[in-house]
Design a protein around this ligand. Structure first.
Ligand SMILES: [Zn+2]
Length: 131
């Protein structure tokens, strides 16, 4: 299931505060329809209802490549090695607190990506195998 959260966004152009659905988590197995959105880089793209300014939310999306034991955290702002390591650490903490993940966590490949081109490549490989 796709995990979304309603968040408040302040338009960087006109300052309007509005609510948007942010995507936190996607299971590729269940959310095939979102693969295209991910590939086009339009996940977590929001638009101001007042001035129509388009913004991209500065959030990471956790993508579960089920049935592969692979989890990708896509975060366009995680460009540096330090930022990637920080997310890796966060994941390790999540695993420690989640019983289901703790069982599989050690065998799960965990990748942090900021580059849409690399994400696209992984998604295309996935579609080739499971579509
Ligand atoms: Zn606006």
């Amino acid at each position: 299931m796709v995990g979304t959260k309603t968040i408040e966004v302040t338009c960087e152009k006109c300052g309007k505060l509005y609510e948007a659905e942010a995507i936190d988590h996607i299971d590729l197995h269940d959310d095939r329809g979102l693969i295209r959105t991910l590939k086009s880089g339009k996940a977590n793209r929001v638009q101001c209802p007042k001035c129509k300014k388009v913004m991209y939310l500065d959030r990471s999306i956790v993508i579960n490549f089920e049935p592969e034991s692979k989890i990708v955290v896509f975060d366009t702002s995680a460009k540096s090695k330090a930022a990637k390591e920080e997310l890796q650490k966060t994941f390790a903490n999540v695993v420690a607190f989640n019983e289901t993940l703790e069982e599989t966590g050690n065998e799960t490949e965990f990748i942090v990506l900021h580059d849409l081109v690399k994400l696209k490549r992984l998604l295309e490989q996935y579609l080739k195998v499971y579509d």
